[in-house]
Design a protein around this ligand. Structure first.
Ligand code: FES
Length: 69
């Protein structure tokens, strides 16, 4: 998933993936372009939406990176 991509590429996002993809943080919050968002293969589940509500600066095209397969 996308979190693995970030980790594999040593992308330096401060605090990204603090809970290691267990939907217990919102540090992997990503904001997509509308076009990219529409191309994502999966919809956010309820747990992801709940956690996104806690994320800073949430937008209509926000996702949690660890949940984007
Ligand atoms: Fe914590 Fe994604 S890494 S919710």
């Amino acid at each position: 998933n996308l979190l693995d991509v970030v980790i594999d590429n040593d992308v330096d996002l401060d605090g990204f993936g603090a809970c290691e993809g267990t939907l217990a943080c919102s540090t992997c919050h990503l904001v997509f372009d509308k076009a990219d968002y529409d191309r994502l293969p999966s919809e956010p589940c309820d747990e992801e939406l709940d956690m996104l509500d806690l994320a800073y600066g949430i937008t209509d095209t926000s996702r949690l990176g660890c949940q984007v397969i």
